[in-house]
Design a binder for this molecule. Structure first.
Ligand SMILES: Cc1ncc(C[n+]2csc(CCOP(=O)(O)OP(=O)(O)O)c2C)c(N)n1
Ligand SMILES: [Mg+2]
Length: 564
């Protein structure tokens, strides 16, 4: 058989079910072999979108995402999405066609391995027809077992050569690593001594499926629970859940985390975002980090105790080691009541900065231009109203920009698999495509893509994909007619802002042009068509062009610029 067929066949035998991509001559045969083997191919309109879809899908399913691209520009177009995946430790395999080694004058020639390495992805290659299947299996298992993004170069001459039908050697199940007995004893002692312990769980806790174990241990020592933004939703429904720690933390969460005498990061890097550059760690607080990878420990913050081990296994071992010695810790009936009262952003009072307009905006199917009289809705009021309107079973994906805290803080999610937060590379324009991948991974949930107008227009080509796939997606665009992040960052310095401001764009009409329903929202009353759309049949996506008030920058933005 041809190597291209063997690669597709081997991938489906390895467990591949879904592949995202844009097909050109170089990945045509491999992609078709995948389909012939039973995989679903999802065509994107731009490789950057395809990469983000595969990333979003892999984050939510926990399985290896597959991306199939043409040689040269197919890969370079995908690089921003691949970088986000690599920095997020998404298990992703990129099937990257490449020119033959001898094609030194080919227009498509690039250094694939150097490109992959430069963004933190692993580089693999089909070295020869005889080794191709082994090269593929190695790349797939690296992505799977080490949660890495692997770019596999597939030279055209190797793909076109003959090879034996693939044989997949069995791979032994890998068990998570338990912590050492000494580490367990030290952490149990720290928890026993602590009066105000707080657990901050990150992506590693989510990947380990450790919610139940963390909750049991927290119950035993009276710890409060919080997550990094990437793990938002992990403790949803727990009465001691403070939600996200970091720039998006509520005033109550920030107060309680700062007052902790013990902070334990569970599969969480405790980075500048999660810990507000360390300001969420009170003076004298003991910091512990539990991670199954040695390099992660202390990488962002000095820690007093590092525990190398799987999060769930560590929880269980420490719980057994506590043997009822710990006290009530941070918990009291009064505090529980306070968390219930003040624990969500929507419970925090704010002055509504919406501006009154004349006419309401156009209805969902008005079809005409926005008729609004210039009013603008407060993004908090908008998001709280959407939180009330949208079904609780939702899948929220957020793009980057000044707006991004509003959906992250005011939209609740059912669990950590209901939130897709692609901010490891801080790129704008990824949100819509990652929402598509996440939506395909969670077909029972209402997908919600929350975008800025800048990111929405940057990634707009995938609106056609949302329509073509008939995804019942709500795409809410926080439209301030600007690169708001830059406006609010540089505005106070009285710099010229013409480069980062734009004339009004009728994004609802753009959505209708793609085949979506479109509604312009300038005040809460304009949301009535959203209710109608939700009533059904939801046979096409809904674009909400929310003309948002933006007199002031968001309060988390300052934190973001500290990170530059
Ligand atoms: C690919 C990319 N280009 C440029 C930037 C710099 N940048 C960060 S936020 C931002 C503005 C985004 O505008 P928009 O999507 O409208 O969101 P807003 O900040 O207005 O809420 C820009 C240009 C970036 N992060 N990524
Ligand atoms: Mg904007």
């Amino acid at each position: 058989m041809l190597v291209s067929e063997a690669v597709g066949t081997a991938l489906t035998r390895l467990g591949a079910t879904t592949v995202f991509g844009v097909v050109g001559s170089g990945n045509f045969h491999v992609t078709n072999a995948l389909i012939a083997g039973g995989a679903r191919f999802v065509a994107a309109r731009h490789e950057g979108g395809a990469a983000c879809m595969a990333d979003g899908w892999a984050r939510v399913t926990g399985e290896v995402g597959l991306l199939s691209v043409h040689q040269g520009p197919g890969l370079t177009n995908a690089m921003t999405g691949i970088t986000e995946a690599a920095k997020s430790r998404t298990p992703l395999l990129v099937l990257a066609a490449d020119v033959a080694g001898s094609a030194v004058r080919s227009n498509f020639r690039i250094d694939v391995a150097a490109l992959a390495a430069s963004v933190g992805a692993e580089a693999g290659r089909l070295h020869s027809p005889g080794s191709a299947v082994a090269d593929l299996i190695r790349a797939y298992r690296t992505a799977q077992a080490q949660r890495r993004t692997v770019v596999l170069a597939m030279p055209l001459d190797v793909q076109a050569a003959q090879c034996d039908p693939p044989v997949i050697p069995p791979s032994p199940a890998l068990r998570p690593c338990p912590p050492s007995a000494e580490s367990v004893a030290e952490l149990a002692a720290a928890l026993t001594a602590a009066q105000r312990p707080v657990f901050v769980a990150g992506r590693g806790a989510r990947v380990a499926g450790a919610r139940g174990d963390l909750e049991r241990l927290a119950d035993a020592c009276g710890a409060l629970l919080a997550t990094s933004a990437a793990a938002k939703g992990l403790f949803r429904g727990n009465p001691w859940d403070l939600d996200v720690s970091g720039g998006f933390a509520t005033p109550l969460a920030a107060e309680l985390i700062t007052a902790a005498d013990l902070v334990v990061g569970w599969g969480c890097s405790l980075n500048m975002w999660t810990m507000r550059h360390g300001r969420l760690i009170g003076p004298g607080a003991t910091v512990v980090q539990v991670d199954d990878e040695v390099p992660a420990i202390g990488a962002h913050r000095p820690v007093d105790l590092g525990v190398v081990g799987d999060v769930a296994l560590t929880c269980r071992a420490v719980l057994a080691g506590l043997a009822g010695r710990a006290g009530a810790g941070y918990r009291s009936p009064g505090l529980r009541e306070r968390i219930a009262r003040e624990g969500r952003w929507r419970d925090v009072p704010y002055p509504d900065e919406g501006t009154a307009g004349g006419e309401p905006g156009g209805g969902a199917d008005a079809g005409g231009p926005d008729t609004g009289g210039g009013g603008r809705i407060d993004p908090r009021t908008l998001t709280i109203a959407l939180d009330d309107l949208l079904p609780a079973e939702r899948m929220v994906a957020v793009d980057s920009g000044n707006f991004m805290g509003y959906p992250s803080m005011f939209l609740s999610v059912p669990d950590a698999s209901g939130f897709c937060f692609t901010q490891a590379y801080q790129s704008i324009g990824l949100g819509l495509a990652s929402a598509i991948g996440a939506a395909l991974a969670q077909p029972g949930r209402l997908p919600v893509a929350a975008l800025g107008d800048g990111g929405a227009l940057m990634g707009v080509s995938e609106l056609e994909t949302v329509v073509r796939l008939r995804l019942p997606m709500v795409i809410v665009v926080y439209d301030d007619e600007a690169y708001g992040a830059e406006v609010h960052h540089f505005g106070p310095g009285r710099h010229p802002l013409d480069t980062v401001r734009f004339p009004p764009a009728d994004i609802a009409a753009i959505g209708r042009g793609f085949g979506c329903a479109g509604v312009t929202v300038r005040c809460p009353a304009d949301l009535a068509p959203v209710r109608e759309w939700l009533a059904g049949p939801r046979d096409r996506p809904l674009v909400i062009d929310a003309k948002v008030a933006s007199a002031t920058g968001s309060w988390w933005l300052e934190e973001a610029f500290r990170g530059h």
